[in-house]
Design a protein around this ligand. Structure first.
Ligand SMILES: Nc1nc2c(c(=O)[nH]1)N[C@@H](CN(C=O)c1ccc(C(=O)N[C@@H](CCC(=O)O)C(=O)O)cc1)CN2
Length: 283
């Protein structure tokens, strides 16, 4: 039976990488459908994303690609089309991004399995009422129990076999160890056009600075608050007449579309980490 796979990887650049990898796929009766690559002159790294179909077994593929990964020092990921990624959503009080992700998943636009919702506020604090069958975990947090609460979240990540954690306006600063544990698989939506206005209340910061554009940024979470590798951003014009509440209102739609697009690209293995940046094969 023919199966569709996506292979994404990065490795130190050298001549012949594409020939070796595409040759290995060919040797396993693979037919390449999409191939994107990028050579970064700054980091000397090579990046590739390949979509292909084959009827050979996954074990055969992994054996060959594993050997190639060793010789080329590849950081690689191979997923088949039917491997839906398991996702945990974290939210605080503002749940417009949560609602949007639930909706887009329900209609099949986001090909992911939402395995749970975690909030530091009770379910009654949410405006979205219809969570379907998604389990809700109220894990309150404060200075006195932060480590224990994060351990509970990581326990859910392990027990539910989570591939991706999404901070859908989760307004708690995560510890260095938590960010490290989820490196490259925890996406946050920050409600400003980073690197402007990091931290809390970015719309109020923007208002105080008289900006004429507001924006949102989806990025991977690192120990450095709102400085993780950027995945996608978008902006919208605002005027002098817009008060902070107007910026919050206008920002909601920007946040929703930025986060959902970033998640969609991550799920499709279009985003590769490149130090403090990303390579995104979005076309
Ligand atoms: N280690 C990281 N943790 C978090 C990141 C990150 O990039 N690295 N992103 C933030 C999200 N965020 C803005 O997008 C953000 C969240 C919270 C705060 C903040 O100052 N929170 C206060 C409490 C606020 C409250 O309780 O309402 C605090 O934690 O003291 C700033 C920015 C998510 N975490």
């Amino acid at each position: 039976m023919t199966v569709s796979y996506t292979l994404s990887f990065s490795c130190p650049d050298r001549a012949g990488i594409i020939a070796q990898v595409s040759g290995a796929i060919f040797e396993h009766r693979g037919n390449i459908r999409v191939l994107n690559q990028f050579n970064d002159p700054d980091t000397g790294l090579f990046f590739m994303r390949m979509a292909f179909v084959t009827d050979c077994t996954r074990a055969e593929l992994e054996r060959t690609l594993g050997a190639l990964a060793q010789s080329l020092q590849m950081k690689w990921e191979l997923r088949s089309k039917d491997e839906r990624q398991r996702v945990l959503l974290l939210v605080s009080k503002f749940d417009h991004c949560l609602a949007d992700l639930l909706y887009r998943t329900r209609i099949g636009e986001l090909d992911m399995e939402i395995c749970g919702i975690v909030s530091n506020h009770p379910k009654t604090a949410l405006k979205v009422t219809e969570l379907g069958a998604v389990p809700f975990h109220h894990l309150s947090v404060g200075a006195e129990n932060r480590a224990a609460q994060e351990a509970q979240i990581l326990g859910l990540v392990k027990d539910l076999n989570i591939d991706l954690v999404i901070l859908a306006r989760y307004m708690q600063i995560l510890s260095d160890s938590f960010a490290a544990a989820l490196s490259g698989r925890c996406i946050n939506i920050h409600h400003s056009f980073l690197p402007s206005f990091k931290g809390a209340k970015p719309y109020h910061q923007a208002y105080a600075n008289g900006v004429k554009m507001i924006g949102a940024t989806a990025h991977y979470v690192t120990a450095d608050l709102d400085e993780g590798p950027i995945i996608y951003q978008d902006v919208e014009a605002v005027s002098h007449a817009d008060m902070p509440d107007d910026l919050v209102r206008k920002g909601r739609n920007i946040e929703q579309r930025v986060l959902s697009r970033a998640v969609s690209w991550h799920l499709a293995q279009r985003v590769l980490m490149n130090g403090n940046k990303t390579v995104v094969f979005w076309s």
